[in-house]
Design a protein around this ligand. Structure first.
Ligand code: ATP
Ligand code: LTN
Length: 339
């Protein structure tokens, strides 16, 4: 690990909501990079339950989703020796810093957030919770509390990261150097995996259609069935493309590339003279093989009673140490009388 100007190893923070089943978009866009980066950074990876409740959750399902996310983080390869894995609500500093940052956030900045617009486009204005509107502020608090240098996320989070940087800069310019300005890290392949049933919309946990997403715990049979029914087009050419009408085939090729790590050229050559059926079969195969070790580790981990809870407990303790230090310095700078 190299060290930063503060004389400590560079840090990472990222998180995923426990709002449903994790899918290959979450894996290829985020988790896979987390695992690859964990040995080079002091890494903090959280399960963002405070974010999840910005839309209504069933309490039992939320608890179960939180444990399942933790198990999947570990099964994907996060190693508690290298990574601090914790639940966001176990570290109350997140909510406290979010409140303070909110007082520095112009509504104009929040009004520009496209994720908020997308998520609320079909809701009645009166029923939209203010937590959903303030969501990016809590995300900024998550990142800034740990003085993260790097935030590995999928493409859809770029705008939230920009707001985080703007907020940090605004605070620093008023009160002096307080927060590290974080960089965004997105993968070359897999930063934006699209829905199999609708390749013009990103794959998402909250989409209810059964054919929309490949979940990390789907059986090989289900993966094959979903892939074979993925939307393509009426053409026959198997090439990467940014045309909307080619989005289905492009998405399948992207998934193939993210799992195999092969170049676009090698992949296109591989599929010369083949049809969409062959492509779907090949993508299903690399997906099944890519998820197999994760599923095996997940079964083993969840069989070890208490292991996941123990990792989360230790993770929260370590996270709190770091988070508390930043919060204290913020409270001091804004002029709170410290107890
Ligand atoms: P929800 O539908 O509940 O809002 P989501 O599936 O979009 O959830 P998040 O918890 O919002 O997932 O995202 C967690 C991480 O996974 C983020 O880094 C996000 O950028 C990444 N991610 C989510 N969906 C995709 C996708 N389709 N392709 C690539 N990365 C994705
Ligand atoms: N908003 C993110 C999840 C998230 C996050 C974070 C990601 C919450 N806090 C901090 C990176 C860093 C999303 O993917 N919807």
């Amino acid at each position: 690990m190299t060290s930063t100007k503060q004389g400590r190893p560079p840090r990472i923070l990222s998180g995923i909501q426990p709002s449903g089943q994790l899918h290959i978009g979450n894996y290829l866009g985020a988790l896979k990079q987390w695992v690859e980066l964990q040995t080079q950074y002091d890494s903090f990876y959280c399960i963002v339950d405070l974010h999840a409740i910005t839309v209504q959750q069933d309490p039992a399902a939320l608890r179960e989703g939180t444990r399942r996310n933790a198990g999947l983080y570990l099964a994907c390869g996060l190693d508690p020796q290298h990574s601090t894995v914790f639940v966001q609500s176990h570290v109350p500093e997140h909510s406290e810093l979010a409140w303070i940052l909110g007082t520095f956030t112009p509504m104009g900045w929040l009004n520009r957030m496209t994720q908020f617009k997308d998520k609320t486009s079909k809701m009645q204005t009166e029923s939209i919770g203010s937590g959903l509107y303030n969501y990016p502020i809590l995300m900024a608090a998550d990142i800034l509390l740990y003085q993260a240098d790097l935030v590995p996320v999928g493409d859809d989070q770029r705008q939230h990261l920009e707001l985080t940087r703007d907020l940090a800069q605004r605070f620093n310019s008023i009160y002096g150097d307080t927060f590290t300005i974080p960089q965004t890290f997105t993968p070359k392949a897999g930063a934006r995996v699209m829905g199999l049933d609708n390749p013009t919309a990103k794959m998402s946990k909250s989409e209810s259609s059964d054919l929309h997403a490949i979940n990390l715990l789907d059986t090989p049979d289900r993966i094959k069935k979903k892939m074979m029914r993925a939307v393509t087009d009426s053409g026959s050419e198997i090439r990467f493309s940014d045309l909307d009408e080619r989005a289905g085939v492009n998405n399948l090729l992207t998934i193939y590339q993210a799992f195999t790590g092969e170049s676009a050229e090698v992949i296109e050559n591989h599929f010369v003279g083949k049809g969409y059926g062959d492509l779907k079969k090949a993508v299903a195969e690399v997906t099944v093989e890519g998820l197999r070790p994760i599923q095996e580790r997940y079964q083993a981990l969840t069989g070890e009673g208490g292991y996941i809870d123990e990792v989360l407990k230790r993770g929260a303790e370590r996270a709190r140490e770091v988070a508390h230090k930043t919060l204290r310095s913020v409270q001091e700078r804004v002029g709170f009388l410290l107890p």
